[in-house]
Design a protein around this ligand. Structure first.
Ligand code: ZN
Length: 394
């Protein structure tokens, strides 16, 4: 009896919150004027211009769904010596750094991220999901499938690896199908890629594939869900992606700019070399050109992914600025790529990515209008995730 009463009283106390907005981007490419968002508990229940009383007056700001970053290495941090500590560190310091990365990312307006991936993502994902830590909703691949040519294993061994990630709690499968940005060939054969993406599909998991050059086409043909990075993709590859409905997650530069800005912290031959950094700098125009060509490809579904590593957490939105500034991307398209389109790519369009009744109340506000001045994405002054306000500083 006591339990029943408790359940009833919790239900009766479901909080109702009203947000007033004069400019609202709905996440699907529409701008709404002078409306109010009604939230009950963690969800949006209505858009009603007459709803009252107003709890948060966000007029004079731009209100939009919390952003989704499809590619973040959330546990990747610098160590106490100031040097790159990677994403797999398991010290207590590393755990605090990961929690801090999550906080910075949430404060920057990102309410959901996909982390591809490290086993260290799991306790962070779960602590945030349980409400023990503030941070964005996290989807992780746990351990990625590292292409190492024949050594990667037979198709059957690859299928077993995919199932192992699923039982470890993976939300998706990350696959490395080629070497670095500047050179290297495919590190998985077509047959191996087919096995990985097919097994994931059978297990109900999405696949995202790190691919450059000829690995791009191979991943599309293998029926994988999404291609990451994609430098060296031809216009024909981009067309094929659009035809097959493969999502594409290219970057416009924040990942490279961050490496260059923090060069001293990353420099550690043979992985991070002076030559490598010099080559990276020369690559920026290629990143911008790929983004430009991708957006000109009819029907290509481009999602927003910053590829944030140590140093870049909380600066994810810089990639919006580069997209608009250097690749001529329409600002509304840039917003949608991190809202409804990204939610669709995550197979969560009925939960996140739009401001509409029934969806999670993930709502942010910018001081400024990103459609007129894209640098407004740097000024996130309000953050609500699942109905809870984490920032309100306007
Ligand atoms: Zn990455």
């Amino acid at each position: 009896m006591a339990l029943l009463l408790l359940a009833v009283s919790v239900h009766a106390e479901t909080r109702r919150t009203v947000i007033a907005a004069d400019t609202l981007l709905d996440g699907k490419g529409h701008a709404l004027r002078n409306t109010r968002i009604v939230i009950e508990g963690s969800k949006i229940v209505a858009l009603d211009p007459k709803a009252a009383p107003v709890d948060y007056d966000l007029r004079n700001l731009t209100v939009l769904p919390g952003w989704i970053d499809s590619h973040v290495h959330i546990t990747w941090s610098f160590g106490s010596d100031g040097k790159n500590a990677g994403m797999n560190a398991t010290t207590q310091e590393a755990a605090y750094s990961s929690a801090s990365n999550a906080w910075s990312t949430l404060m920057a307006g990102f309410t959901t991220i996909q982390s591809p991936g490290s086993p260290t993502d799991l306790p962070l994902r779960d602590a945030i999901a349980n409400g023990a830590l503030p941070g964005p909703r996290i989807l992780t691949s746990v351990e990625p499938l590292m292409g190492r040519e024949e050594q990667t294993g037979s198709p059957d061994e690859i299928r077993a690896f995919v199932r192992k990630q699923k039982s470890a709690g993976a939300d998706l499968i990350k696959i490395f199908a080629s070497g670095g940005m500047t050179r290297g060939t495919m590190t998985l054969s077509q047959e191996q890629l087919n096995a990985a993406c097919d097994e994931a599909r059978k297990q109900g998991l999405r696949t995202i594939v790190h691919a450059y050059r000829d690995a791009v086409r191979a991943a599309i043909l293998a029926g994988c869900t999404e291609i990451e990075h994609g430098l060296g993709a031809s216009d024909d590859d981009l067309k094929l992606m659009a035809e097959k409905g493969t999502y594409f997650d290219p970057q416009a530069g924040v990942v490279v700019e961050n490496y260059l800005q923090n060069k001293d912290k990353f420099l550690a031959p043979p992985y991070y070399t002076e030559e490598g950094f010099a080559a990276m700098k020369d690559l920026l125009p290629a990143f911008h050109d790929l983004m430009k060509r991708a957006y000109k490809t009819p029907g290509l579904k481009i999602v927003f992914g910053s590829d944030a590593v140590a140093g870049a957490h909380g600066h994810n939105a810089e990639d919006f600025v580069s997209r608009v500034r250097y690749s001529g991307v329409d600002p509304m398209a840039a917003m949608v790529s991190a809202n409804s389109l990204a939610a669709e790519a995550l197979r969560m369009p009925d939960q996140i990515g739009s401001i509409a009744p029934g969806l999670q109340a993930d709502i942010i506000a910018l001081d400024g209008d990103p459609l007129k001045d894209i640098t407004a994405v740097r000024r996130v002054v309000f953050v609500m995730k699942a109905g809870v306000v984490y920032k309100n500083s306007h």
